[in-house]
Design a protein around this ligand. Structure first.
Ligand code: PRP
Ligand code: URA
Length: 208
């Protein structure tokens, strides 16, 4: 099972608050945004740097700057939207694509209903974002769609992952690194992650 678990204490603390059923939508959204930013920090560790000449108030110097690699982030609708603003605070120049996939409640199979990506897909590195990786069907479908459109370099960022979902992504897309804050125990009979955090979309948007 190939997965990078981000164990940072701040992320783990915030994840516990997110999981708590007494955390309401306002706090849930704020925490998710904060965690997305902290996870994004880890995900972007390998961004290339280059050197430029600048002048500080004291002297000229050679300093490091991002080398301008083009980044795209792709939230899976709906719940992925809750992690977009946190990531964009780190990389404001990232372009945002959207993939709409929902899980059929009976079959648990993904149903695609929307796709809008930046025009220069082949030139960008992508991060697919969804708080929940359960069966893995939705993420695998979104990644497949991105690849069909020409994306070559893709990472998956999910807050909570079930072992089943990680296995499916590893199997179908072995080139995609999975980043998560927690590998939970299992899925229940309804395909919910245990212990999980419930329905992420409903908790973000206050629906049910
Ligand atoms: C949730 C979640 C993931 C998906 C995970 O979305 O946000 O996209 O389920 O499950 P999977 O790994 O088994 O595919 P949902 O289908 O509830 O749609 P929503 O975000 O619109 O609520
Ligand atoms: N989608 C969710 O929102 N939560 C789960 O536990 C599984 C799928």
């Amino acid at each position: 099972m190939q997965v990078k678990v981000i164990n940072h204490p701040l992320i783990q603390h915030k994840l516990t608050l997110i999981r708590d059923k007494n955390t309401g939508p306002k706090e849930f959204r704020e925490l998710l945004e904060e965690v997305a930013m902290l996870m994004g920090y880890e995900l972007t560790r390998d961004l290339p740097l280059e050197e430029i000449e600048i002048e500080t108030p004291v002297t000229k110097c050679t300093c490091k700057t991002l080398s301008g690699k083009k980044i795209g982030i792709v939230p899976i609708l709906r719940a992925g939207l809750g992690m977009v603003s946190g990531f964009l605070r780190l990389i404001p120049a990232a372009k945002v694509g959207h993939v709409g996939v929902y899980r059929d409640p009976q079959t648990l199979k993904p149903v695609e209903y929307y796709c809008k990506l930046p025009t220069d897909v082949a030139e960008r590195d992508f991060v697919v974002i969804d708080p929940m990786l359960a069966t893995g069907g939705s993420s695998v479908a979104a990644i497949s769609l991105l690849k069909q459109k020409g994306a070559k370099n893709i990472k998956l960022m999910c807050l909570v992952a079930a072992p089943e979902g990680i296995h499916l992504v590893n199997e179908q897309h072995p080139d995609v690194e999975v980043y998560t804050a927690s590998v939970d125990e299992r899925l229940n009979d309804h395909g919910y992650i245990v212990p999980g955090l419930g329905d992420a979309g409903d908790r973000i948007f206050g629906t049910k």
